[in-house]
Ligand binder design. Sequence first.
Ligand code: SF4
Ligand code: SF4
Length: 264
Amino acid sequence: MPIGNQKPKVGIFGLTGCAGDQLQVLNCEDELLRLAERMDIVDWVMARSQNDHNARLDVAFVEGVVATQRDLQNLRTIRGRSKVLVAIGTCAVWGGLPAMRNEIPREVLEKEVYKSDRPFLDTVEARPATDFVPFDLMLPGCPIERHEFLRVANALLVGTTPEFFKTPVCWECKTKENLCRVVHCNEVCCGAMTRSGCGARCPSHGVACSGCRGPAEETNYDANITMFKDRKISWVEIARKMENFSAPVWMKMGLEEEEVRGGR
Ligand code: SF4
Ligand code: SF4
């Protein structure tokens, strides 16, 4: 993916979210300093006091969901300024935890938090940034993995397209020889349906996967349904757990509770 500049101009931005993905970029520490010698980070409000908000960008990284009209305007402006746009974090790619709020009417939530006086709010349904403008690369994770961010940045610097794991978390879990949380503990573990790249962090610490990296590609849902059903774990329980981090996707897939309650 050529970006055609000896020292590319880069921007890093956050929409609505916890800013955890930007923090992970900061946490790259020494590697980030080395990257900063090869790229010109001109617009990053979290890390710099002086920013160029109008510069044309070779690469922009965006985290978060579109949850306000201002988010959408900002996102469209960033897309218009950038040659290559990279979504960082599960919120930007799949909707993440902020999209859970869509289950409750916004008016109810706004009243609960701000009481009656809330004319400044311009909220919209919380949806992943990738629903609104074209992205060139998507890097899920809640938060992202530092090694994956560095791989993307280094690949872009040499003009190639980074490759990511397409296997589910179970694959990484098996290579670590962990005890399976489903088979041995009858727990609801989302590893078989979740995109790998985290090194199966949770099962490696004795905790079931919550699906924070979003759906894996080409998941065999029928086999999963049978596997969980054999252990008296309903598909509804699995779907509800996966929905925590990728609700908009599951809604699109039609895996809402009513639909799976019957035969599954
Ligand atoms: S513990 Fe979870 S991630 Fe590991 S093999 Fe079992 S289902 Fe897969
Ligand atoms: S094991 Fe699952 S919940 Fe834990 S970090 Fe990996 S994808 Fe996220």
